[in-house]
Design a protein around this ligand. Structure first.
Ligand SMILES: [Zn+2]
Length: 391
């Protein structure tokens, strides 16, 4: 019993040292001891283990504090990495991500129209392609649908026909590595929290608008999944009673008013004779974005209308959680201020004024490359949180 306790203490201290190197490195052993309040011999022993495990490296020497110049420790960019799978679109994407959050290798596989076992085979092909011979910290999967991240089971992913799919068990058995599976919107939120300008309070909501709509909630720096793992599932909350028929069977869900397909449908259905969207050329998302950017009245109207409905849904999140940082992620960011202002204005009208005034709605603070990899980075961050206790 005592041995187990000692082991746990060592594990805890090791994470503390690694976290200090991650956040504050390059840093000397003496400085780590000062910041963690561990003894210098303890820090030296733990640092030796981390060096052995390739998680940290010695990088040069720091300034002398009177005697010999101390050796500095940094996170090893060339050390173990995380293999991520982003299953959020029809193109499944895999990546190898370093401990610093840099993507070093990629692979992709079209899963358009694939369901059940066929979609799974696509996943295995991607992992086989990227599985490194060197150390792998673990595999992180971001998937659409209702996911139990504790057991790594996809409870329900309608588009893939997955019901109670034990994805973690399947991948762990096949590749003998730690595997974590979570909902893609939850992982987008974790990425913005981890790699973006994280909010000081540790709370954040990221609403992701793509082909569908979902939100991820971060409470005190950790994803909040909810009792049934559906926290943030706002895509099928009705915002337009009696509105358009949704894929879920209901009418007027948020996805029927504010998703990308919904906006394109609304634009197609409108009188386009005097719009930049007139003519027989296919009405694509890039074309729609360009029309909004050129202040085309029809395109702007459609975007504003979609933004208002989203703002109504965001108001409920603000009322329920009183979280002051709301981030809109996904392809939607290309619509710029037109969309953002509509969401913000509608939210303001529907929330207690003092609460609304303290709430900011914005696009991600990640750079463009990171935004494109938002679910990938979130899946990598989850593995690092769980396996190393950093981030
Ligand atoms: Zn629905």
């Amino acid at each position: 019993m005592q041995k187990a306790t000692r082991h746990q203490t060592r594990d805890h201290n090791s994470r503390l040292v690694l976290k200090t190197i991650f956040n504050d490195g390059p840093i000397s052993r003496a400085e780590i001891a000062r910041r963690t309040r561990l003894t210098r011999p303890t820090v030296s022993t733990l640092a030796a283990d981390l060096l052995d495990g390739d998680l940290v490296i010695e990088t040069g020497r720091g300034p002398s504090a009177g005697g010999k110049r101390p050796t500095l420790l940094s996170i090893n960019d060339a050390g173990p990495c995380v293999l991520t799978l982003d299953l959020s679109s029809d193109d499944y994407r895999a990546a190898l991500v370093t401990l610093r959050g840099d993507v070093v290798r990629r692979a992709a596989c079209s899963a358009a129209g694939l369901r059940g076992d066929e979609a799974q085979t696509c996943i295995y092909r991607l992992v086989d392609e990227l599985l490194p011979t060197e150390a792998l910290l673990g595999i992180g999967v971001a998937t659409p649908g209702l996911v139990d991240p504790q057991r790594g089971v996809v409870l329900r992913a309608v588009n893939r026909g997955w019901i109670d799919l034990p994805l973690r068990e399947l991948l762990a058995a096949r590749y003998d590595r730690p595997v974590y599976v979570a909902n893609d919107s939850h992982m987008a939120a974790l990425a913005e929290y981890t790699y973006g300008a994280g909010p000081s309070g540790g709370n954040l909501i990221v609403v992701r608008v793509t082909q569908g709509i979902g939100a991820g909630v971060i409470l005190s720096g950790r994803p909040f999944y909810g009792d049934g793992f559906g926290a943030g599932e706002i895509g099928h909350v009705v915002v337009d009673v009696g509105g358009a028929l949704c894929s879920c069977g209901n009418r007027g869900c948020l996805e029927t008013t504010s998703s990308i397909p919904a906006m394109l449908r609304a634009a197609k259905a409108a009188d386009r004779r005097h719009s930049l969207l007139a003519g027989d050329a296919p009405l694509t998302w890039p074309r729609f974005i360009a029309a909004v950017a050129a202040h085309d009245p029809l395109a702007v109207d459609v975007a504003v209308c979609a933004g208002c409905h989203l703002g109504a849904a965001v108001a409920h999140l603000v009322g329920a959680y009183n979280i002051q940082s709301i981030v809109l992620a996904g392809d939607i960011a290309a619509l710029g201020d037109v969309f953002l202002d509509a969401v913000q204005a509608e939210m303001h009208q529907r929330v207690l004024p003092a609460m609304a005034a303290a709430t900011t709605v914005r696009y991600p603070s990640l750079d463009a490359a990171q935004v494109a990899d938002i679910t990938t980075l979130g899946a990598a961050a989850l593995v690092m949180q769980r396996e190393l206790g950093i981030l």
